[in-house]
Write a protein that binds this ligand. Structure first.
Ligand code: ADP
Ligand code: MG
Length: 696
């Protein structure tokens, strides 16, 4: 299997080189892993009289009763007629006419394969594949013919899809079951009725029927998903075993006093559950690395605060890192308010903190007198030295890279426990695959009394009524956001767009009856901050902005979110933006403005937004529409490197594979039982192989 591909009959050095360059095929094993993208059914020979209609691929057999060129110049073509006992059909060639004419013989019997089309109301097959009919091929092939991907360069060296099929055929004919040994435990094969591995490879390339092909595909998909889950689970086990984390064995005064006396509301069931999960994580002396997913407004901050208080109870410091200045500020004010009656030292550290004050904060962090530090990226700068950081919370994680997260860990001899919170829910299936080595918590319940945001889709001709609607809300004392898209290719255009919009809004809402605040990326951080604060304080009723307000801003009095050119936003972005309203007691509205011309996909996205407020449903749909590769942060993960399985379509199988992997590792974590020998051998062999075969 590790033989260089050029040793295969029909390859040789030249083609071998090309296979490497064009398709990344170095070895026999690689060629075996090049799967056909479809199959042609040549197992049946159809009666010509029974051909159903156009666009159908058919294999027929009969006598070529005539063959002649017709038409002049560009209309010149070669027309033949093939006849069997049931009827006849026309065959046509528009190119290579003289060559075909020489190669074919009238009155000869042929086996013909091609796609039926219709011309002037008559069925015909253009450029069919022709083979002289013999005793062997008269009954058709006993398997489906595979079609492989090829490239222009390969084709010039005679390696089109059919030629590759021949190579595949040569290879499979050489192999025996010991070349493709079973790697799944026998019990699993039985439980899931899976085909043996050797047979599966034979059948995915050259299946004897469609049903057999699907069985082979199912077996190999399961193998792929199962092995991925085993790898992820083993990574997680190793992390649990090797990483030492602080033990939080006390629930003390900070947590208890706050919980019993200052908690402003009852926790939702989901919040309680997550707090318990965090408590469990931090009890056992290994480092917690937990991803907390919760829709916008689900109350993640309170969970973060309780986690931090737990750290304080055990004599540690805690920090909370937010992606923007304004968010850090809001967290700071919010948490100061909640802990006002408790003896906790809290500080805010951002790029804006002045030098003198900064020095004081840094001092208190390092001598341990400061207990909770809240801030932006400023927290991960070198000069920030904690005395004993026990819990690091990261809010809205999709704004931070993995590398930045790792920096927080380096702040201690032991890494702190890490809680990563995200409001961009990652579909469960994706989380299972990509973040399989993190522990995942989900807040799947909104605080009581939350009213879903009513979402509508409107076009330009509705603009006056949309503006009237905003006016009515403002009259009730509410506030509104109007958001414009931001596309990087044309910052200038965006800016003009925003300014035009601003003028337009101003015409509807003139001073001094109304005040409008504007926030965009070209302003300095200070100006932006100021304008934002004016809106937060309620000094203006309308906020015109680009997507800079996407994350986290909390203005409960805002009840209208107008999104301009909504078709230009992705689903998760739309959901984030909508999450800025619906935070208070009043009914809130999201208005998606678009032009009249919309692509099919945009239309679907808007429909999803109108139909549901459920962030998880939206992210699932998003993944369906865009494919998992595009979901933020997953591209580099490599875990999604699946060849056959599709985590969107094969969700059920993924779950089954994960359960099976976990069950197996639970009773045999090191794969030491004799039944697991094939699996263990395979995992070990994989580790060395993938690398060496590619060095040449
Ligand atoms: P997010 O998960 O989007 O960060 P927040 O933590 O900002 O959500 O919470 C949104 C709002 O809901 C805040 O005003 C918060 O005080 C409130 N909240 C959180 N938990 C509850 C609860 N259990 N009951 C009532 N209100 C809650
Ligand atoms: Mg939040």
């Amino acid at each position: 299997m590790d033989n260089p591909v050029e040793y295969l009959k029909g390859v040789g050095p030249q083609r071998g080189d090309l296979l490497k360059k064009e398709l990344g095929i170095f070895t026999f094993r690689d060629l075996l892993g090049l799967f056909p993208y479809r199959h042609i059914d040549k197992s049946q020979v159809q009666a010509i009289g029974k051909i159903g209609g156009q666009a159908e691929y058919v294999q027929i057999a009969g006598t070529l009763t005539s063959l002649e060129t017709v038409g002049e110049k560009r209309a010149r073509r070669l027309v033949g007629v093939l006849q069997d006992a049931s009827g006849e059909i026309e065959l046509v060639w528009f190119a290579a006419i003289s060559w075909v004419q020489k190669a074919l013989k009238v009155q000869q019997k042929y086996l013909v394969y091609g796609r039926v089309s219709s011309f002037n109301g008559r069925l015909q097959i253009a450029h069919p594949e022709m083979e002289v009919l013999t005793a062997e091929n008269a009954t058709g092939m006993d398997f489906l013919e595979p079609v492989y991907p090829s490239t222009e360069k390969l084709k010039t060296k005679g390696l089109n899809g059919r030629a590759i099929a021949k190579l595949s055929h040569n290879l499979l004919a050489m192999l025996s079951p010991k070349d493709i040994p079973e790697n799944l435990p026998a019990a699993l094969l039985e439980q899931f009725r899976l085909m043996p591995r050797f047979q599966a490879y034979q059948s995915i390339h050259f299946p004897s029927s469609e049903a057999v092909f699907y069985q082979a595909q199912r077996r190999l998909k399961f193998e792929e998903l199962f092995l991925a889950q085993i790898r992820i689970a083993r990574l997680r086990m190793r992390r649990h075993k090797e990483s030492h984390g602080w033990v939080f064995d006390k629930v003390g005064d900070f947590f208890n006093e706050f919980y019993q006396q200052h908690l402003p509301f009852d926790l939702t069931g989901a919040q309680k559950r997550v707090v318990k999960e965090i408590r469990q994580d931090t009890l056992h002396g290994r480092q917690m690395n937990r991803l907390l997913q919760g829709d916008v407004g689900s109350g993640k901050t309170m969970v973060a605060l309780l986690a931090m208080l737990l750290a304080l109870d055990n004599g540690f410091q805690a920090c909370l890192m937010a992606p923007t200045e304004i968010l850090a500020q809001q967290h700071y004010e919010n948490i100061c308010g909640l802990l006002a009656k408790m003896p906790v030292e809290i500080a805010l550290l951002t790029g804006n903190v002045k030098k003198k004050q900064r020095g004081e904060i840094l001092q208190k962090i390092s001598d341990g007198s400061l207990q909770i530090l809240i801030g932006t990226h400023a927290l991960i700068e070198k000069e920030v030295r904690f005395q004993n950081l026990g819990m690091a919370v990261i809010d809205e994680q999709h704004r931070f890279g993995v590398a930045q997260r790792a920096k927080l860990w380096e702040k201690n001899a032991h890494p702190p426990h890490v809680l990563v919170m995200t409001a961009t829910p990652i579909p469960r299936t994706l989380a299972m695959t990509v973040y399989g080595d993190l522990d995942v918590s989900v807040i799947d319940e909104l605080p009581p009394g939350r009213k879903p945001v009513l979402t509508v889709h409107r076009t330009e001709q509705h603009r006056p009524s949309v503006m009237d609607f905003i006016k009515a809300e403002v009259k009730k004392g509410r506030q509104a956001y109007i958001v414009y898209p931001l596309i990087e290719e044309s910052e200038k255009l965006d800016y003009e767009n925003l300014m035009g919009g601003y003028e337009n809004v101003k015409a509807y809402f003139p001073e001094p009856h109304y005040y409008i605040s504007m926030v965009h990326g070209r302003q300095t951080a200070e100006v932006r901050e100021n304008n934002m604060q004016r809106f937060v304080r309620g000094e203006c009723q309308i906020m015109v902005a680009t997507t800079v307000i996407e994350v986290g801003v909390n203005v409960p009095n805002a009840t209208v979110m107008v999104i301009e050119s909504a078709e230009r936003f992705g689903l998760s972005q739309l959901h984030q933006l909508r999450g800025r309203v619906g935070r208070g007691a009043d009914h809130s509205y999201c208005i998606l403005m678009t032009g009249n011309k919309l692509s099919n996909e945009s239309r679907q996205r808007l429909r999803v937004m109108v139909q549901t407020n459920d962030g998880f449903a939206i992210s699932e749909k998003d993944m369906e529409l865009r494919g998992p590769g595009d979901i933020e942060g997953t591209r580099q993960s490599g875990v999604l490197d699946l060849k056959l399985a599709d985590i969107t379509k094969d969700k059920a199988m993924l779950e089954a594979a994960r359960k099976a992997a976990e069950a197996l590792l639970e009773q045999d974590p090191d794969l030491q039982q004799p039944e697991q020998a094939p699996l263990l051998r395979f995992l070990l062999s994989q580790r060395s192989k993938s690398l060496w075969s590619r060095i040449s």
